[in-house]
Write a protein that binds this ligand. Structure first.
Ligand SMILES: NC(=O)c1ccc[n+]([C@@H]2O[C@H](COP(=O)([O-])OP(=O)(O)OC[C@H]3O[C@@H](n4cnc5c(N)ncnc54)[C@H](O)[C@@H]3O)[C@@H](O)[C@H]2O)c1
Length: 283
């Protein structure tokens, strides 16, 4: 079973930058693509700073640090991905945008290449249907921040081949991460359980059950979580949280997953969390 050599990561936001960094650290050649040049410039600065911090704390060795500086190419055109043998999509959590991207990639990238999506919630079988390579399509759900978090949730769609699954698990191991396999249902394991908790925290805030600080403090100190749910929502991005709740709500057809009106309102106001410097809290 050969491991991938050239990896294409699409979307240079919080997740794509972290994914590009960990692949480069582990010795892969990486092409990081984003539609926006300004996003790529920010990604490059962020990746270099993150690798420097990890190296200073002796979390990565000098060779891995050097690879991050030299083995990532920053591109705006999908055509740069033609010869890649592994693709990881990390653009916005919207089916229409991801579907169109996979349709375009299918005709650009060599047919043998595996397509992985970092979607937080959209069923893999559904995203695979935008391509002609449904057996070579899989979910690789990295956690935020990618260079720190150990887990990658791996989700095989209905048509994903066993060889694609095995190659993905081997790739996760090469990245020195741990895989947890989930069946292909909306939200998979992590967000099926995490997002309703975050959503409930917004309902509690809306009802005035407590201040944002007290809700977060209660959950942090009372249930031993490193971040409170509202702080975590700001970290993930409120737009991403809302998209995931919508996928759970429509995908499961169950009113218990109804997105909180307050969460919707924050997103409508452009208060998306840390990335816009304002969410539940100000940064
Ligand atoms: N934020 C999290 O904590 C988290 C965790 C796990 C998975 N995810 C998933 O990862 C994906 C990305 O999330 P994020 O938080 O990095 O989002 P983000 O908003 O930080 O970044 C998205 C990036 O994609 C780019 N983009 C959008 N459409 C594009 C296109 N058609 N072609 C090229 N680039 C395009 C944007 O310019 C932006 O830079 C989503 O599917 C999300 O659900 C997020």
């Amino acid at each position: 079973m050969s491991s991938p050599q050239q990896v294409g990561v699409i979307g240079a936001g919080q997740m794509g930058t972290g994914i590009a960094q960990v692949f480069a650290q582990s010795g892969f050649s990486v092409f990081l693509v984003d539609a926006k040049p300004v996003q790529l410039a920010q990604a490059e600065a962020g990746i270099r700073a993150s690798a420097r911090r990890l190296h200073e704390k002796a979390k990565i060795d000098a060779a891995a640090y050097e690879r991050v500086q030299t083995q990532i190419r920053y591109e705006t055109q999908l055509s740069s991905l033609q010869a890649c043998d592994w693709i990881i999509e990390a653009i916005v959590e919207q089916e229409a945008a991801k579907g169109q991207l996979f349709r375009d990639l299918d005709s650009i990238v060599q047919p043998e290449a595996i397509f992985a999506t970092n979607t937080s919630s959209i069923p893999i079988t559904r995203l695979a249907s935008y391509t002609q390579r449904r057996d070579r399509f899989i979910g690789m759900h990295f956690m935020n921040p990618v260079p720190i978090m150990k887990l990658v949730e791996v989700i095989a769609g209905l048509e994903t081949s066993d060889s694609t699954l095995q190659r993905t698990l081997a790739t996760v191991a090469l990245l020195q991460k741990e895989a947890a396999c989930s069946k292909d249902y909306p939200g998979f394991i992590v967000n099926r359980i995490l997002m309703p908790m975050i959503n409930e925290a917004f309902c509690a805030l809306q009802e005035g059950l407590g201040t944002a600080q007290d809700i977060d403090k209660g959950m942090k100190l009372g249930t031993n979580q490193p971040m409170g749910p509202l702080e975590l929502a700001d970290f993930i991005g409120l737009d991403t949280c809302l998209s995931i709740m919508n996928v759970l709500f429509h995908g499961m057809g169950d009113p218990r997953y109804r997105p909180s009106p307050l969460l919707r309102q924050y997103v409508d106001a452009g208060r998306l969390g840390r990335k816009t410097k304002r969410g539940v809290y100000e940064y």
